[in-house]
Design a protein around this ligand. Structure first.
Ligand code: ZN
Length: 411
């Protein structure tokens, strides 16, 4: 049995396969990485023949055949239709077995989104559970967990015939990947309880839990169009701001898994108090909460209840709402220029409700990144696909990532 450390299992492989193939030390690790590359390639090109897989990955045809044989045996891949070629043998195409699904849970401070997501990232069913924000009360947090579990059971019961691989949870805070404890959650209440333990107990199944921005990077690897990028930043803009950082093909963890809290970099000391205890952090200027505050400053008598309402008003052309969004976007852009200068990403993915107004915010982000760039290269800025579905796909990707690697350990 090959035992991989948690650091190894978290490696995100996005380099060119041939380079990776040379860089790995043991044959077990090489096989694992090659299988991972094949699964990604099948996902992108399915239905696809073994010969094309060899061509697309640069792996030997015999290696492809052995690994595909294992994947078919294990039920991850299905042999499909016969291909058509001008002459010679007709190849059998293979495709991912979309009977494999995960239950994805995206935890927000005042609601949870749940979904059944298949191996191709397709959302098959979903549900939203609102609860009163349980700040300061363990009892309220536990009540919320019971509600989530009830919804999870009904989604599962309605998905008969599917093979559940596990439960993935994305949260706004940082999660220690050894103890699974929430380490830091400036805007959400979950740090007061052992969320991982209590949620696993109520759902009666092991769960994978990860910071939402990191989860979105996993989603890009599995389901997105930037699987080849080695340097990528996912910025989650919601109640606060968090970042997931892919640097030279690796997810950056930092000490205690705390890397990525750019929302708390000092932005302007004269700014508002932040949930972290400091004042004037970037997220107090560029998060959804900041957008709401800007609107209330412009329209003090307003009774705006949610960021969604602000977006709706902006989309309807209300001038104050548009001004509030523009001010938030300007602060977002300024922070992104700092990250871009420091980390040299190829792609920046914006995850958040604000992407609903992409045609308005994108030009501001792009123009600032170009204006402040001191090299010929500026990163592409893209919205995560389908708004809030990105965090659900991220939660599902956590399960796929973990399950496939765990299978490798048990062989
Ligand atoms: Zn802060």
């Amino acid at each position: 049995m090959t035992v991989f450390s948690s650091r190894q299992t978290e490696k995100l492989v996005t380099d060119k396969p041939t380079r990776l193939h040379r860089s790995v030390a043991s044959s077990e690790t090489a096989r694992e990485i090659n299988r991972d590359i094949l699964l990604q390639t099948i996902h992108r090109h399915q239905p696809v023949s073994r010969a094309d897989l060899a061509r697309l990955t640069g792996l030997r045809a015999s290696t492809v055949s052995v690994i595909i044989g294992h994947l078919i045996e294990q039920g991850w891949v299905l042999p499909g239709s016969l291909g058509h070629l001008p002459r010679g043998r007709r190849p059998t195409f293979v495709a991912l077995n979309d009977k494999h699904v995960s239950l994805a849970i995206d935890l927000r401070p005042d609601h949870a989104n749940l979904a059944v997501v298949d191996i191709n990232g397709k959302i098959l069913s979903r549900n939203t559970i609102p609860f009163s924000a349980p700040k300061g009360s363990r009892t309220e947090a536990r009540k919320a967990i019971v509600k989530i579990a009830r919804s999870a059971r009904s989604l599962r019961a309605a998905s008969r015939g599917r093979i559940f691989q596990g439960v993935g949870v994305s949260v706004s805070g940082r999660v220690d990947q050894t103890t699974h404890r929430m380490l830091f959650s400036a805007n959400a209440p979950w740090a007061q309880i052992d969320l991982h333990k209590e949620l696993s107990a109520v759902l009666q199944t092991p769960i994978e839990m990860e910071n939402a921005a990191n989860a979105c990077l996993f989603a890009e690897r599995w389901f997105g169009g930037f699987g080849d990028a080695s340097n990528m930043i996912a910025i989650s803009v919601s109640e606060g701001i968090g970042a997931g950082l892919l640097v030279d093909g690796r997810l950056l963890r930092g000490r205690d898994d705390m890397a990525g809290e750019f929302g708390h970099m000092p932005y302007d000391d004269r700014g508002p108090a932040c949930g972290c205890g400091n004042t004037g952090c970037w997220e107090t200027f560029a998060s959804n909460r900041a957008g709401l505050r800007y609107y209330r400053e412009l329209v003090p008598e307003s009774r705006l209840a949610s960021f969604q309402e602000l977006l709706d008003r902006a989309a309807a052309g209300e001038i104050q709402a548009l001004r509030a969004i523009d001010k938030m976007t300007a602060a977002l852009a300024r922070g992104l220029t700092m990250l871009s200068a420091g980390l040299a990403p190829e792609v920046i993915i914006i995850v958040g409700d604000c992407t609903a107004l992409w045609s308005r915010i994108c030009p501001v982000l792009e123009s600032q990144l170009i204006a402040k760039s001191f090299t010929a290269h500026t990163p592409r800025v893209v919205p995560a696909l389908e708004g809030d579905a990105a965090r659900l796909r991220g939660a599902a990707a956590l399960v796929l990532h973990k399950v496939l690697f765990r299978r490798a350990e048990l062989e």
